[in-house]
Design a protein around this ligand. Structure first.
Ligand SMILES: [Zn+2]
Length: 443
């Protein structure tokens, strides 16, 4: 006859297995009230996995941390913790908690370890993990991706060791789609001595309307299928075809080459999540731009058909929250720009633009000029970015004006309910706001 605890544990696992995660989490919380209680259970690793799968990764990590303190030889707890740390972007902590030969046969762990190797600029170690992933044949795309990243990192490291120190100043705006980056890059790009590129990764890519996607085929592709310059169209007078072709053929020191080509010392990019492809060595100062989750969702939802592949509102909200958490956890914990970073809350910037811009300029060593908020007359040779935002800014003669399309009350209620239940989101947003206040404290 099984005891009560065994029956409860079986029930938790059944609910989880039968796709009733909320019931599984409620039972864990009810029968194991403290982190220590969960950590002491023989089913601790499974419980941590259930918690993590239900928007409680931080709690799962605390449980596993406690478990490892209690039973240092629990290899499964260590492996599980490494995977969860990876999901929060905390890859620099991963290697220290794993035993010597941890990852053989485990694609999830190999992926986290490959990211940890990239994080400390160790191209050959990343390559070794990519080879192990390739041999498993379970995730060939991921193996290919890490191999490519490792080789690119290797090339950048070699190029850097052969060149003298540069005096260019790169300011990279990071965030998710529709975070306000097109507008902010245009504002900063209008400051004295600055050039705005917007999405610099797009300089060598197919435009969205083209039949192909990704990197442009410079030997066979039609020039009108390249991402156009926002000022000149397909044939940009600044970034000509031959320059773009050469940039793709050898992407090392990409931003340095662009700076030299246009003869400026400070470039603004809004490459967001693509920045590590543009510069794997992270030689920039980052502005991490974020909206409140609700406002960020409204911006996404307007373009739902293109971005959120779900038929239901709840599905769209969950898809959005996954994107938001993954990106900002990674910016918060995994990105380590060599010149530092500033967190800026877009919603606060919008309500108090001049004061925010003044502080931001100070942080970025730029010459403050509040006029760029209302007038940006010079053409900027930019690529990608949010077209409607550019058009609206032009029509309002440069003024930063924000129009937000409201969603229905029932959609808003559903969003608030799901967001309130998402512990990881609450913790993450708090961390982002803490970082923002550290810089813009008197706002
Ligand atoms: Zn142009």
């Amino acid at each position: 006859m099984p005891d009560n605890q065994t029956i409860v544990d079986l029930l938790i696992r059944s609910y989880h297995g039968c796709d009733q995660p909320a019931k599984a989490v409620a039972l864990i919380t009810q029968h194991y009230p403290t982190i220590q209680d969960i950590a002491a259970s023989p089913n601790c690793v499974i419980f941590a996995r259930i918690l993590a799968a239900n928007n409680r990764i931080s709690k799962a990590i605390s449980v596993l941390h406690e478990r490892i303190a209690l039973k240092p030889d629990d290899i499964n707890a260590r492996k599980s913790m490494a995977v969860q740390l990876g999901r929060q972007g905390r890859v620099s902590e991963v290697e220290a908690i794993l035993p010597a030969e941890p990852a053989a046969g485990n694609p999830a762990l190999l992926s986290v370890l490959a990211r940890a190797a990239l994080h400390r600029d160790d191209a050959s170690q990343c390559l070794a993990y990519a080879e192990m992933m390739g041999a498993l044949q379970t995730s060939p795309e991921a193996a290919h991706r890490f191999r490519k990243s490792a080789l690119r990192l290797q090339a950048e490291l070699e190029a850097e060791s052969n060149s003298s120190a540069s005096d260019i100043n790169v300011i990279a705006i990071l965030g998710i789609s529709f975070c306000g980056s097109t507008m902010l890059s245009s504002v900063l790009g209008a400051l004295d001595g600055c050039e705005n590129l917007s999405e610099s990764h797009a300089i060598t890519k197919y435009r969205r309307a083209a039949r192909e996607s990704g990197e442009f085929d410079f030997d066979n592709g039609k020039v009108e299928d390249l991402v156009p310059c926002s000022s000149c169209g397909s044939n940009c007078e600044v970034f000509d075809f031959e320059f773009r072709k050469a940039l793709q053929a050898d992407p090392t020191n990409r931003l340095l080459k662009i700076c030299k080509h246009i003869g400026c010392k400070t470039v603004i990019t809004a490459d967001k999540t693509e920045i590590r492809v543009v510069d794997p060595l992270q030689r920039y100062k980052a502005v991490i731009l974020f909206k409140t989750p609700y406002n960020a969702f409204c911006s996404f939802y307007k373009r739902q058909k293109r971005w959120l592949k779900s038929d239901t509102v709840e599905g769209s909200i969950n898809a959005f929250l996954t994107v938001y958490k993954r990106a900002y956890s990674s910016f918060l914990n995994e990105h380590a720009p060599k010149e530092g970073r500033v967190f800026m809350h877009w919603d606060s910037f919008v309500t108090d633009q001049a004061d925010h811009l003044e502080i931001l300029c100070k942080e970025l060593d730029l010459v403050f000029d509040k006029d760029v908020l209302t007038s940006r007359p010079d053409p900027q040779h930019t690529f990608g970015g949010n077209g409607p935002v550019r058009k609206a800014a032009k029509e309002s003669e440069g003024t930063v004006k924000i129009t937000r399309k409201a969603i229905s009350t029932s959609e808003q209620d559903l969003f608030n309910r799901l967001a309130d239940q998402d512990e990881d989101l609450q913790i993450l947003y708090q961390q982002l706001m803490d970082q923002y206040r550290e810089t813009f404290g008197r706002m």
